[in-house]
Design a protein around this ligand. Structure first.
Ligand code: ZN
Ligand code: ZN
Ligand code: ZN
Length: 254
């Protein structure tokens, strides 16, 4: 299985519009962070987790020719705002795009993209085939996906485990039952927004504590704000088994 980080930034992205801080003016390509999303590829399947506002740009950059399913973590705009561009795949694949999400996510999509759900609608709108998920494992074209329920302040959010790879974005609390589901994971992705505490995201210190507790072989941090610091500087402070994700980073996993 191949994982590609399509984006590793928080809701504003990095650089932040108008900001002249050291991170936002850095020339390092790893300090250019589009909104958080990943591409999961197996020998015969291609999934994208979340379609933020940078979805189109991400698909062009990574030359993604086919998507078999879109899987959503939660309904926040920085994870859903790019969905209209799924039209390109409707056109190429000549089919409605299967979308997987919890009831609140599907409800949110029906509000944000109301025009896509009107009967006898205008041709050329996004074609979506909604699939409801809960906290139970589900399968997409033979690939097993294990939802990882976490909390994002008061909002339930899904992380997802594919084999030995687990992806958790937008969380500040992981319940015991989910820690059980993470057992044996080899590669873990966790959100680490910034250094200061935040009401709905792990900060760096909390993410490091959680990585230590879950104890995978490798942890990658994502959903990063410009306040965290430059990729090069923050990397120096991290233990050897924790790395910062960056846009375009690819991982091979089982
Ligand atoms: Zn987010
Ligand atoms: Zn900045
Ligand atoms: Zn969020």
């Amino acid at each position: 299985m191949k994982i590609t980080f399509l984006g590793s930034g928080t809701s504003q992205g990095v650089p932040v519009i108008g900001c002249t801080c050291e991170v936002c003016t850095s020339l390092d390509f790893r300090d250019k962070r589009l909104r958080s999303s990943i591409h999961v590829e197996t020998s015969h399947q291609s999934f994208v987790v979340d379609t933020g506002p940078d979805f189109r740009q991400q698909m062009l950059r990574e030359r993604v020719k086919r998507i078999d399913a879109l899987i959503f973590t939660h309904g926040h705009r920085d994870h859903t705002a790019g969905l209209d561009d799924v039209r390109a795949y409707n056109f190429m694949q000549k089919m409605d795009m299967p979308v997987y999400g919890s009831q609140p996510v599907l409800d949110q999509l029906k509000i944000e993209y109301a025009y896509a759900f009107i009967k006898d609608s205008y041709p050329g709108i996004p074609r979506l085939l909604l699939n409801l998920i809960d906290d139970e494992p589900f399968s997409v074209n033979g690939i097993k996906v294990l939802p990882l329920p976490v909390m994002h302040l008061k909002m339930p959010v899904h992380g997802f485990r594919f084999g030995n790879f687990s992806y958790i974005t937008d969380a500040n609390f992981i319940p015991e039952e989910t820690l059980d589901k993470l057992k044996g994971t080899e590669i873990l992705v966790l959100n680490a927004l910034q250094r200061e505490p935040h009401i709905s995201h792990f900060n760096l210190e909390e993410a490091l504590l959680m990585a230590d507790k879950i104890n995978p072989k490798l942890t990658y941090l994502t959903h990063i704000s410009h306040k965290l610091g430059t990729h090069a500087e923050v990397t120096k402070e991290l233990p050897s088994n924790v790395l910062l994700a960056y846009d375009g980073l690819q991982l091979e996993t089982r």
